[in-house]
Write a protein that binds this ligand. Structure first.
Ligand code: ZN
Length: 338
C-alpha cells in the first residue's frame, strides 16, 4: 500500500458492512485442481513469467503503452535467485487437497481449461514500482483522483529485511498472469518491470479501460503496525466527483472483492487482517486507482509486510505462488460465474 509517513494509515478506512455468503468454495475447488493442471501444462515454458525484467527498456517513459502480456516463450533470463515456475512447485494445498484424481473434473471440463477465459481480458496492477525510490520528484507530483489530489505514486513499503512491496507485487502479478494466460485470458500488466517509475495512480486506473479489461486487481502488501497481521481486500466506494464517476463498477467490484477475499484465504491460509478492515473487506473512496476505474477493480493487501509472520510468508516464493493462485482463481470465478 502507499504508506509514506510514519502513520500506518493516511486516513481511517471505512468499514464495510456488505458481507454475504457466497458459494465460491464450491466453484474454487475444481478451479484449483484445474488451475494446477493448467499450471503443470505450462510450467516448462513459463520460466520467464516470474523472472525479473528490469534490464530491457528500463528507461522507458512511464507514459508509454501498458504492457500487453501474452504468455511468453521460454527465455531463461532470470537472474540468479529469481523464482521460476519450475523452482516453485505448487504445494499440496494448491493441488486441490480434497480432490480424488479418479473423479475430479478434467481440465477441459472445468473453468481451468485452456479456453475457460478465452476472449476475456484481465488487468493486473502491480502496486508501486521498484524504480520509484529513485524518482521521488516524479512520483510526488500531484494528480487528480476526482475527489482529491494525491501523489502520482509512492515507493510502497517493505519487510524489515528490505524485501520491497514493489518486488512482491510484480512477482505475484507475473505468477497470476501465468495462471490466467494458461486459462486462455489476455492479461495486461500495468507495469512489468519495463518502466523506470510509476505509472501514476490515475494512469493505473485508466489502464483497465485502455486494455478493454473485464476486471482488474491491484496487488499490494501493506505497511501496517508490526503487531497486526493478515490480508484484506479493498473495494471501491461510489465516487462521483470531478472527473471521477465509478458508479457503474461499484456493484461488480463488490462481487469481485468477495470472490477475492474467499479465494485468497482458501489458497494461502492467510487470516483476515486483525488490524484493519472487517472480515477481510474494506471499502474506500481515497484511492485513485478505484475512484477513476471504469472496469470492475479491487485492491488486495496480501499481508502486512511490517509483521514478522506475514513478512516470512510474503518472502517465500511458494507462498507467493499460492497468493497468485488465489488471485487468479478469484478472477476466473468472477469471469465465469454470476
Ligand atoms: Zn501498496
Amino acid at each position: 500500500m502507499t504508506r509514506t509517513t510514519a502513520a500506518p494509515h493516511d486516513e481511517p478506512p471505512r468499514r464495510s458492512r456488505l458481507l454475504r455468503t457466497t458459494t465460491v468454495a464450491a466453484v474454487l475447488v475444481p478451479l484449483c485442481l484445474a488451475g494446477w493442471l493448467g499450471w503443470q501444462a505450462v510450467a516448462d515454458r513459463g520460466r520467464d513469467d516470474t523472472g525479473a525484467a528490469h534490464a530491457a527498456g528500463a528507461a522507458a517513459p512511464p507514459s508509454g503503452p501498458f504492457s500487453a502480456a501474452p504468455f511468453s516463450a521460454p527465455a531463461d533470463t532470470s537472474p540468479p535467485g529469481a523464482p521460476t515456475a519450475s523452482a516453485d512447485p505448487p504445494t499440496a494445498a494448491q493441488a486441490a487437497p480434497t480432490a480424488d484424481p479418479t473423479t475430479a473434473p478434467t481440465a477441459s471440463e472445468s473453468a481451468g481449461s485452456a479456453t475457460a477465459l478465452a476472449g476475456r481480458t484481465v488487468l493486473l496492477d502491480p502496486g508501486h514500482n521498484p524504480g520509484n525510490a529513485a524518482h521521488t520528484a516524479e512520483i510526488n507530483r500531484q494528480v487528480d483522483i476526482g475527489n482529491a489530489r494525491k501523489e502520482c505514486d509512492t515507493t510502497g513499503t517493505s519487510t524489515n529485511a528490505g524485501y520491497s512491496e514493489a518486488e512482491y507485487t510484480l512477482d505475484v502479478s507475473r505468477r497470476a498472469r501465468a495462471i490466467l494466460t494458461a486459462r486462455g485470458a489476455t492479461v495486461v500488466l500495468v507495469q512489468d518491470g519495463d518502466q523506470s517509475w510509476g505509472p501514476c495512480i490515475d494512469a493505473r486506473a485508466k489502464a483497465g479501460a485502455t486494455a478493454h479489461a473485464d476486471a482488474a486487481v491491484s496487488v499490494h502488501g501493506d505497511g501496517g503496525p508490526p503487531g497486526g497481521s493478515g490480508f484484506h481486500v479493498i473495494m471501491p466506494a461510489r465516487v462521483v466527483a470531478g472527473t471521477a464517476d465509478n458508479s457503474a463498477i461499484v456493484a461488480p467490484s463488490h462481487r469481485l472483492g468477495l470472490l477475492l477475499r474467499d479465494s485468497f484465504h482458501a489458497a494461502t491460509g492467510e487470516p483476515y487482517a486483525d488490524y484493519i478492515a472487517s472480515q477481510g473487506l474494506d471499502t474506500r473512496s481515497d484511492l485513485g486507482g478505484l475512484n477513476l476505474s471504469t472496469v470492475p477493480k479491487v485492491f488486495i493487501e496480501c499481508g502486512n509486510m511490517r509483521n514478522s509472520t506475514d513478512a516470512k510468508r510474503m518472502t517465500d516464493p511458494q507462498w507467493r505462488q499460492q497468493a497468485a493462485q488465489g488471485i487468479a482463481d478469484a478472477l476466473t470465478a468472477f469471469l465465469t460465474t454470476r
